[in-house]
Design a protein around this ligand. Structure first.
Ligand SMILES: [Zn+2]
Length: 672
């Protein structure tokens, strides 16, 4: 039988033939992809022809075509719809792919060709994009250890391979912890919960095979439960289970995994000649140094903490007024904060949700993209990998741009959180390749699915990433779409969230799912006015996580990361009733891979820019100002990593921004 992963896909737009692919097809397809890539790379490295850009960099760009194609499908499925077979294959692949990537960067003949091109680059008459790609290739090889010899090179390979295995272990442990835990609720325990929470809890109970409704550790269930359940003891139990993920002393305990990861990262940095892993990691980012990161975070920390402490006082008094003695605990914050929001802004999440159906918010995100970038979205009737998944064709003036896939509902087989990935990235080298882009979320499924305002923001956020992939217009896949500095990559996504706050967007699209009535003007006003509500809390839980991440990677690795976490939080003066947004044993951003290690700050770094970038539209007097939109597409959304991030931003906006737009956006300029 032929392997559908290895044959040409005669599907519309070359979508993966999901229905034909069986789990058993992946392992041989990866083997074939690796063999093909090894042969192609050997041919480049061992070529007797003198190195040219075409026979080296162009050839490298195309060497992993099959591997890219298979990985694109597999890793999306492994994250969004995992099975035991897929998890086992992921564990099996981690060291193999890591070994392959080390093999490439350790290939002396290959590096010699790249280095020769780079040394002689002035004479090569490269396009600016080619020059940038050459710089980045050389940098990637050097940072991967291409200049190391002997024992050091061998040890680095071992370290990277072990890190790949540990990263997979870390995520699989969290997935198992989230899958295993649930708390059964009696009918009496449902008192005080709005209908949407009750529905979600019943659906979760059915999925878990429980007799009745349950609370799970999925954010879209546990957060509303913590907001609305008047039962303090149940809130405490649910909250403690949520923050204990990965630290339960069982087979899925991640604390030892985290310690080993940090030690190996420190060793990796030392082998490469850096003072610390943070120095190594931040070098290619906009921030460049740990000091620059700390500087940004601490400028925001003080006003955020002051705001959070003042809010804690208000919430504690509300609690005491109910006859419950303080102190305010972390499982109390969301509950009293929701009550206060209701009292001060008369904003009731439960009353709001019927206006925020998933379908209406999808229409809103598409409509904004139509107005800004003239994109059209047409539902695509193609078989997907799960019945809940939908797809659209994206076009502009009749020209095919991309396929956009939305996989929105929580299920046990999906890892938590929300993300965007490209099953296929845009490029032009070797023929135009249009992207296939996926947004994966964990919204509670319902009939219809109703979102919280936070969920709607997440939807817009991930769609901002999707636009960065879909509008990408570069020649080289290496710098396509979101292949940019980590602290720049959240700019398009966070910027897109601003359009949800443009009043006419909700006026147009936020309609009651049953009656189609628009959201009452008063409710809309209150919703938008509440935009900065509880930002002290949100900022504190974020910065605490970012500071712990940074501290983990500066200087020698901590022998006991949990101890280090405690020290950092104490030094910060962490408010008693707020915990880190992600505690170490389930801090997937930092430990499931290298992506956000000493990089969690990136969201805030990008926020400095997104606040300022949206101000460009405000200054033009139109949230959909066509001139600004064209510049945004030209210099940011289509440009990928074709220039250093700072250069791209300055071309869009004229200069780099200060921190004030961020503080203003979070309501922290005048905090108390
Ligand atoms: Zn993001």
């Amino acid at each position: 039988m032929t392997n559908p992963l290895l044959t040409a896909w005669g599907t519309p737009f070359g979508l993966p033939p999901f229905q034909a692919i069986r789990d058993a097809d992946f392992a041989p397809a990866f083997e074939a992809g690796l063999a093909e890539a090894r042969a192609a790379i050997a041919a480049i490295a061992d070529s007797s022809a003198p190195p040219s850009f075409a026979n080296t960099i162009d050839a490298l760009e195309l060497a992993e075509a099959t591997l890219d194609r298979v990985s694109g499908v597999f890793y999306n499925l492994a994250g969004a719809d995992s099975t035991e077979a897929r998890e086992a294959l992921m564990r099996d692949l981690a060291p193999k792919l890591s070994a392959f990537s080390s093999e490439v960067t350790n290939n002396k003949a290959l590096f010699a060709r790249i280095d020769a091109l780079w040394q002689g680059r002035k004479a090569l008459r490269l396009t600016p994009e080619q020059a940038r790609v050459l710089d980045l290739y050389r940098q990637m090889f050097v940072r991967a250890g291409a200049q190391l010899e002997g024992d050091a090179a061998a040890r680095l390979t071992e370290v990277k391979s072990r890190l790949a295995v540990l990263g997979t272990t870390f995520s699989q442990n969290i997935l198992a912890e989230e899958r295993d835990w649930f708390m059964e609720l009696s009918e009496a325990d449902l008192a005080g919960l709005p209908e949407f929470v009750v529905d979600t809890a019943r659906a979760a109970g059915a999925e878990k095979g429980a007799a009745g409704p349950v609370v799970t550790l999925n954010r879209s269930l546990i957060v509303p439960f913590l907001q609305f359940s008047p039962n303090r003891e149940l809130r405490r139990r649910a909250y403690e289970a949520w923050v204990a993920r990965g630290a339960n002393g069982n087979a899925q305990d991640n604390r030892g995994v985290a310690a080993e990861i940090l030690a190996l990262r420190a060793e990796r940095a030392t082998l490469l000649g850096y003072g610390s892993f943070a120095d190594y990691k931040l070098e290619p980012e906009m921030a460049k140094t740990p000091a620059a990161v700390r500087n940004l975070l601490m400028r925001v920390w003080q006003p955020a903490r002051a705001k959070a402490m003042a809010d804690a006082g208000v919430l504690e008094r509300m609690m005491e007024a109910e006859g419950i003695a303080g102190p305010l605990e972390p499982w109390d914050w969301r509950y009293y904060s929701e009550k206060r929001r209701h009292a001060e802004h008369d904003l009731d999440e439960a009353a709001l949700k019927p206006y925020l159906s998933l379908d209406a918010m999808i229409a809103a995100q598409f409509d904004c993209a139509a107005r800004l970038f003239h994109l059209q979205f047409t539902p695509l009737d193609a078989p997907m990998y799960h019945p809940d998944v939908r797809a659209w064709e994206v076009s502009r003036d009749g020209e095919h741009i991309a396929v956009f896939i939305g996989d929105y509902f929580a299920r046990g087989s999906k890892r938590s959180g929300a993300w965007c990935s490209a099953m296929r990235s845009q490029r032009k080298l070797g023929g135009v390749v249009t992207p296939v882009v996926v947004n994966v979320c964990n919204f509670a499924k319902g009939t219809p699915a109703l979102l919280s305002y936070d969920d709607a923001r997440t939807l817009f956020h991930e769609f901002g990433h999707a636009l960065h992939q879909m509008l990408s217009d570069v020649t080289y896949g290496f710098i396509s779409g979101t292949s940019v500095a980590r602290d720049f990559v959240e700019l398009p996504s966070q910027l897109y969230e601003h359009w949800l706050e443009v009043p006419e967007v909700l006026q147009t699209h936020a309609r009651h799912w049953k009656s189609a009535e628009p959201m009452p003007a008063e409710m809309l006003q209150r919703l938008l006015a509440a935009g900065t509500y509880d930002q002290g809390f949100a900022t504190v839980e974020f910065i605490a996580s970012a500071m712990v991440d940074l501290a983990f990677h500066e200087g020698p690795a901590p022998a006991d990361p949990m101890q280090k976490q405690t020290e950092v939080l104490e030094a910060l003066g962490m408010p008693h009733a707020i915990r880190m947004r992600h505690a170490t044993p389930h801090f997937a951003h930092v430990f499931s891979g290298d992506g956000y290690s000493s990089g969690y700050y990136s969201y805030m770094w990008s926020e400095v820019m997104d606040a300022d970038a949206f101000a460009a539209f405000e200054e033009a007097g139109d949230a959909f100002d066509p001139v600004t939109a064209v510049k945004l597409e030209r210099f940011i959304l289509s440009a990928g990593g074709s220039q250093p991030a700072e250069d791209l931003y300055v071309q869009f906006r004229g200069k780099m921004p200060g921190v004030d737009a961020l503080l203003k956006g979070r309501g922290l300029l005048d905090p108390v």
